[in-house]
Design a protein around this ligand. Sequence first.
Ligand SMILES: O=P(O)(O)OC[C@H]1O[C@H](O[C@H]2O[C@H](CO)[C@@H](O)[C@H](O)[C@H]2O)[C@H](O)[C@@H](O)[C@@H]1O
Length: 298
Amino acid sequence: MTRQGLLAPQEILSPISASPATVTATVMGLPPRSAASTAKYKKLMTHLELHGIGSQNFASFESMKASSPTHLRSVPLLSTSHSESDDSDWNRRLPSVLSKFEEITEAAKGKKIVMFLDYDGTLSPIVDDPDSAFMSEAMRAAVKSVAKYFPTAIVSGRCRDKVFNFVQLSELYYAGSHGLDIKGPTKWPKHIKAKAKSVLCQPASSFLPMINEVYNLLLEKTKGIPGSKVENNRFCVSVHYRCVEEKRWNRLAEEVRSVLSGYPDLKLTQGRKVSNLEVPYNQEVSGFVWSEGIEREE
Ligand SMILES: O=P(O)(O)OC[C@H]1O[C@H](O[C@H]2O[C@H](CO)[C@@H](O)[C@H](O)[C@H]2O)[C@H](O)[C@@H](O)[C@@H]1O
């Protein structure tokens, strides 16, 4: 997911900035690419466009490499370990709330503030085993404090239940499967008088049988590739290659591509050492467009 700015009064920010682990919440999400990797990425995209290779076929060793910014794992808040020019464009467009706090609070005056947080690599550290990406108690307390003041949502590529199991805060909105599975709070902070009805929005539910089929196929096709892991994220299937030796990435990409070719309705996306086969949310799902679905539910 993308990085987000935490926008909160000082009393809320204090616990967040107290712990090095929580500090990443304000600056991490999608990494600023280095100039070299941006150039490499652009070159790859140009090559693919020239060869008429669309996103449906975009599972290759190169794309897996280009989309695996492991260097970010070790980039601490306000680090000087990578050059300023690498990050300047990113920071101009999406500045950290810590460096723009006054400007942001000024701009937010009179507006309704809603917090959108990523989970993996933001609220939790990136780890080898996706089932062990636990968040710290300090982070949980910080998110809980934020939710007392602002409607707060966690948006993730993971399935919603898994994110909830990690976070365990009933007062949040959870958007799983990159937004195709949204559930509102089941518990409301005491100071909120008008308790809204809990929202559940799953506009792509007609894709469930297809996704389960794809999950089983991928499990079968990848079982001979050591270190690979297939994760069922309900409206999305993720194929992890973090623990796969690089010499086997081509083979894994080939298997993903072969499964994808049988499902033209699905799209392929790349995350941090993970390829996702997912329902495109800009097409009509379950009879109506996703964004309209959200509006109707509100
Ligand atoms: O919500 P996103 O930012 O799009 O990321 C979704 C993926 O997150 C999880 O994978 C990532 O974190 C794992 C645990 O740290 C790590 O092992 C993996 O390499 C990362 O890609 C999740 O397991 C995936 O299913 C999601 O697609």
